[in-house]
Write a protein that binds this ligand. Structure first.
Ligand code: HEC
Ligand code: HEC
Length: 398
């Protein structure tokens, strides 16, 4: 077992090969994606981090910190079917938008926009978060309003301004497609195609998006030469009791999976986003958002729930500009006690950015299907956000 885990670490060097895109006949993969091993019929998550103490026991200071329970136990065919669904615009009301339109693989599964664009170019309320390691999370959406992947996806699928579908229409379009009917039978022999199996397949695919083989991870597992002096300095600032980044962005996921009120600014002209106060009704969570992972942060600009910051440097600088400096006048937010004025120097901010860039790892990138069972264009859906270019008001940094 240990050997397998080491293999997972070293697959950083060998490019990951997973399911080939089926060319002639549609067949689902019988192989687990990288990062998982087949146990019986299902894929079990495997990582060196599973050997370390849990997130709670080890505290934020140490590098050898374990992971929370992953979502695993899906069959290879379920995961592979989820991959096809994820890239298939048939999931949207007008066949123009896929999940991948807003969660694009080459942008860390985000869309490069401050605010996402749904069908007919409609503007979503917030920025699309990365989906890397999303299978470890049990608090989803920026305001934490969904507790599972299955609950979360009902949002985009049926929101009028995102994918604009209805459960009835989704079932009608998938059941009218003999390939999907066959593939659902293959992945779910007993249940076949139902709304639930659509959701399970998508959740299975999302849970396979594992990014734990960055240069930082090699360092954490004992290969100390992989980080240079600047990066190590940045890591030490990140973990320090002055900057306190690691208390919220706790390794190895770089999130403690909690909500926190920071008082980040909205784009000019947009009112305060009340965040987690909305779903919870809790006044102390006004302007609170879930602590996002910093994995692959290099690829997911612009940053924060509103996409307010264009660069990592600008984002990191927010933390040293003074507690509450961007809170609109007249608003009183219960800002988290770890947000204060650490007075980081320009050089220290640069080192923090150096460190954040060590968290990039796409070695387990799934294969983007060249075609999907609906026959709709995967590429047009991926380019969707470039086609619809309604400008968003973006102000200067306050
Ligand atoms: C129109 C763009 C768009 C489409 C299409 C879309 N998403 Fe998203 N997604 C977003 C935005 C924006 C958010 C954040 C919304 C919020 O927090 O209020 C989000 C949030 C998420 C999250 C929560 C991640 C986290 O860390 O909290 C998951 C998971 C997710 N989407 C999966 C999907 C899946 C699966 C599909 C396809 C069924 C999909 N998305 C389609 C834009 C989109
Ligand atoms: C009190 C908890 C907390 C602390 C401490 C903290 N963060 Fe954050 N961080 C958050 C939350 C919450 C967000 C999202 C806020 C929003 O969208 O308005 C965030 C967002 C970010 C983002 C943008 C992520 C994205 O996907 O857009 C970066 C980068 C970041 N933090 C880096 C840091 C660094 C560097 C430090 C230390 C100087 C730090 N954070 C300290 C909670 C924290």
């Amino acid at each position: 077992m240990k050997c397998l885990r080491w293999l997972a670490v070293f697959s950083l060097i060998a490019p990951a090969v997973w399911a080939e895109d089926p060319q002639d006949d549609w067949q689902l993969s019988e192989v687990c994606p990288p990062g998982f091993v087949l146990e019986g019929e299902s894929c079990k998550f495997s990582s060196l981090y599973s050997e370390y103490p849990s997130l709670q026991d080890a505290g934020m200071g140490g590098l050898k910190v374990g992971l929370p329970e992953p979502r695993d136990g899906f069959k290879p065919a379920e995961i592979d079917l989820g991959r096809l669904l994820f890239f298939d615009p048939v999931l949207s009301g007008d066949g123009s938008v896929s999940c991948a339109s807003c969660h694009q693989p080459d942008k860390g599964f985000t869309d490069g926009r401050a605010l996402s664009r749904g069908i007919h170019g409609q503007i979503a309320e917030r920025s699309a978060p990365s989906l890397w390691n999303v299978g470890f999370l049990d608090t989803l959406f920026w305001d934490g309003r969904a507790k599972s992947l299955e609950e979360q996806m009902l949002g985009p699928l049926y929101a009028e301004h995102e994918m604009g579908n209805t459960p009835e229409q989704l079932m009608a379009s998938l059941s009218a497609n003999p390939t999907y009917v066959k593939l659902f039978k293959q992945a779910f022999p007993e249940r076949g195609l139902t709304l639930d199996t659509v959701y399970i397949a998508l959740a299975a695919f999302e849970s396979s998006l594992i990014s734990l083989n960055s240069r930082y991870d090699l360092y954490a597992h004992g290969f100390h030469d992989v980080l240079n002096q600047n990066e190590i300095e940045g890591m030490n600032i990140f973990r320090s009791f002055v900057a306190r980044c690691g208390e919220c962005h706790t390794p190895p996921l770089f999130t403690n999976r909690e909500l926190a009120v920071l008082g980040t600014p909205e784009p000019t002209g947009r009112p305060l986003d009340i965040g987690a106060e909305g779903p919870t009704g809790d006044r102390s969570l006004r302007g609170g958002f879930k602590v996002p992972t910093l994995r692959n942060i290099e690829l997911t600009a612009p940053y924060m729930h509103s996409g307010r910051f264009k660069t990592l440097r600008e984002t990191v600088e927010f933390y040293t500009k003074g507690r509450g400096h961007a809170v609109p006048e007249g608003e009183h937010l219960s800002i988290h006690w770890h947000i204060w004025e650490p007075k980081l120097t320009d050089a220290e901010l640069d080192r923090l950015v150096d460190f954040l860039l060590t968290l990039t790892d796409q070695s387990f990138m799934p294969v983007i299907p060249e075609r999907v069972p609906s026959g709709l264009s995967v590429v047009d859906a991926l380019n969707h956000s470039e086609i619809t270019t309604t400008p968003v008001a973006m102000g200067d940094t306050p």
